[in-house]
Design a protein around this ligand. Structure first.
Ligand SMILES: Cc1ncc(C[n+]2csc(CCOP(=O)(O)OP(=O)(O)O)c2C)c(N)n1
Length: 662
């Protein structure tokens, strides 16, 4: 069998598994797997350094199917290569409940899948983070133990999304020369020809961002391989435009949007079998083809074991550090660093903004956790995410621990996901809370994937003042809290800020958003040994007697509630204050514990300089709320709190009013 003949049969195996699985599911996208089968065959069988028997091997090449709708391409290849869990039974169960072959690739469901994709554009930007992590870890551990490539297969839709430009810009600037993007340049999207909606010269665009670019026939394996080899040697990130035919091989539907997202139908599949000379029945792979694929899969093992031997030559402490950080375990010294910091903060009682508190925490802990990789979306001096002594990475020196992400919140957030997924580093970064909307699609994916990605979001309310309503978050806390499996942490002072950082770092299976103030806040939390924020809510100030009023507040409004408490107590109304740094952690506690924290005071008032949405989950219907019901305004922060009635006086008035009613 000639090598071209063998290649064609290997690629056809992808095509038929994909079209047959889509047909069986009566749902899915056959066009991309059929069109990109030649690219995938070259990549997986000849290029990628992966080992199906060790899907998580740290120095493996990464592959990201940015066009997640082509998931059957990945499932077919993983099955053919011999990833043990992706059995033919699972291929037959494509898109069914509980299968390992869901509609779009989910890394937490299927071994061998590096990231969850589906929202177009995310994959390519996530891959930028993976390539950054590789470069950063190589700078730390050397090329003997860290030396792999990140490959992406993207579609027209990926390149239409704005995030692709942020990703391209970052990758070009940072000279991520081991990032290689293969573009399934088939000129078709859902509505029809891509010319309906775009006419960008994509190669020129990427070239302008510092990429090496080239164009090949995406059905010519030799040309694809040569382009990949050239890309590896280019010294730049590379875009290879692979001109393909969507639905390749289907006599009537190839080259048309009809092949994109629906089953081909029995007649067309039979015609495709005839056209491509494929005799095997659905879900059968001819022995010669399976043998060829399995041989390609088995080849990775030797490369993995050679790497293991190289790792073993590192000094013992470096090996231990590599293993620890790959496993995502925090250093043992960290707990002591937090305890010492909290004790000092509680004693000093310095009133600072929580963004400043966060910087103080980072100064104290980052020397202990060298795997933390910080950053900011061009707001370094505002977000306070650059620890003392942190060095910024540069295109030619990735040994630093801080990333100047530029004004690219979306690209940054997706790349942070890639850094976390890569393993070995803990990404955290800064932005304004109001612009978390620009990060949201990536934060959502981080939550879905359960990755430890930490977003420091500062300037957290109207308290930021003069920049006005465009910059004042109002609905953002509620919007972030609406994302399942995201911890939204809003500390009230320096002590709670340390506690929230500790929670974020120790939570290895969820992302966190640290919501921090621009304005100074007094220290109220006790700062003892226990991390009280871990429970999500706790009584920060007890009532002088049997509580008549319970005040609930987060972040900067906790000190406001403390003022209101003083005023109520002065009027003879025993009042307690409950700080609520994290709704999610509180709502996860047993009902009895929650009830104890909520208490039985007849009047309950919640205070948060944001919309009310979400508070009823904690407090039921029997409470008053002091917060925002509109956008903010441009004025000094103190004036705005007065203007919008978020004051101790209005808290007192609402509390007394409730007492009267109850
Ligand atoms: C952010 C986002 N918007 C919309 C979609 C829905 N969608 C899936 S594929 C696609 C476009 C398909 O065109 P292309 O990317 O060229 O893929 P191909 O048709 O070549 O498979 C769209 C709009 C999506 N997955 N993600």
């Amino acid at each position: 069998m000639s090598s071209r003949h063998s290649h064609d049969r290997m690629a056809n195996a992808i095509r038929f598994l994909s079209m047959d699985a889509v047909e069986a599911a009566n749902s899915g996208h056959p066009g991309l797997p059929m069109g990109a089968a030649d690219i995938a065959t070259v990549l997986f069988a000849q290029v990628l350094k992966i080992d199906p028997s060790a899907p998580h091997w740290p120095d493996r090449d990464r592959f990201v199917l940015s066009a997640g709708h082509g998931s059957m391409l990945l499932y077919s290849v993983l099955h053919l290569m011999g990833f043990p869990k992706v059995t033919m039974e699972e291929i037959k169960r494509f898109r069914q409940l509980g299968s390992l072959t869901p509609g779009h690739p989910e890394n937490f469901v299927t071994e061998g899948i590096e990231t969850t994709t589906g929202p177009l554009g995310q994959g390519i930007a996530t891959a930028v983070g993976m390539a950054m992590a590789e470069k950063a870890l190589q700078a730390r551990y050397g090329a003997e133990v860290v030396d792999h490539h990140t490959y992406v297969l993207c579609s027209d839709g990926d390149l239409m999304e704005g995030i692709s430009q942020e990703a391209a810009d970052l990758a070009g600037h940072l000279k991520l020369s081991k990032l290689i993007v293969l573009w399934d340049d088939n000129l078709i999207s859902i509505d029809g020809a891509t010319s309906l909606s775009g006419s960008t010269d994509q190669l020129a665009r990427f070239a302008a961002s510092g990429w090496s670019t080239t164009r090949v026939d995406g059905h010519d394996p030799a040309a694809i391989l040569a382009a990949i080899e050239a890309a590896k040697a280019s010294g730049k990130p590379s875009l290879i435009a692979c001109r393909t035919t969507i639905g390749f091989g289907a006599p009537k539907k190839a080259g048309s949007e009809k092949a994109h997202g629906s089953p081909l139908g029995a007649e067309e599949i039979a015609a495709t079998r005839a056209a491509l000379g494929w005799e095997a029945a659905p879900f059968e792979v001819p022995a010669d083809v399976l043998d060829a694929w399995r041989a390609a899969g088995a080849a990775g093992k030797a490369r993995r074991t050679a790497w293991e031997q190289r790792l073993a030559t590192l000094p013992a402490d470096r090996q231990a550090e590599f293993q620890r950080t790959q496993a995502g375990r925090l250093p043992e010294a960290l707990a002591d660093a937090f305890a010492a910091f909290k004790a000092k903060a509680a004693a000093d009682k310095a009133a600072v903004a929580t963004r400043k508190s966060s910087e103080m925490v980072l100064d104290a802990i980052t020397p202990v956790v060298p795997e933390m990789l910080g950053g900011s979306a061009d707001l370094t001096g505002s977000n306070n995410t650059k620890a003392k002594g942190a060095k910024a990475i540069t295109p030619d020196d990735f040994s630093g621990s801080f990333v100047h992400w530029g004004v690219r919140e979306h690209g940054m957030s997706a790349a942070m996901n890639g850094i976390a997924l890569h393993k070995g580093l803990i990404p955290f970064s800064g932005g304004f809370l109001v612009f978390s909307d620009y990060c949201r699609p990536a934060i959502r994916l981080a939550a879905l994937m359960g990755e430890r990605v930490i977003h420091v979001l500062t300037h957290d309310s109207i308290g930021l003042g003069e920049d006005g309503p465009t910059h004042q978050p109002v609905e953002h806390l509620a919007a972030l809290r609406a994302i399942p499996d995201l911890l939204v942490l809003r500390p009230a002072d320096t002590v709670e800020t340390a506690e929230c950082w500790q929670i974020a770092l120790e939570t290895t299976d969820r992302p966190s958003a640290l919501i921090l103030s621009r304005q100074n806040l007094p220290v109220l939390a006790p700062g003892g040994g226990e991390n009280l924020s871990r429970g999500g809510a706790y009584e920060i100030l007890p009532a002088s007697g049997k509580a008549q009023v319970s005040l609930f507040a987060t972040g900067s409004e906790v000190s406001l509630a403390a003022e209101a408490k003083k005023m109520l107590e002065a009027q003879g109304v025993p009042t307690r204050v409950v700080s609520v740094p994290c709704f999610e952690l509180f709502l996860e506690r047993p009902a009895a514990e929650r009830a104890a924290v909520i208490g039985d005071a007849p009047a309950k008032v919640a205070v948060e300089a944001a919309v009310r949405m979400g508070w009823a989950d904690l407090l039921g219907s029997d409470f008053a709320f002091v917060g925002m019901t509109s956008f903010g305004a441009s004025a000094p922060g103190k004036d705005l709190f007065k203007h919008f009635g978020i004051t101790p006086e209005s808290v007192v008035a609402k509390a007394l009013d409730r007492l009267k009613q109850n």
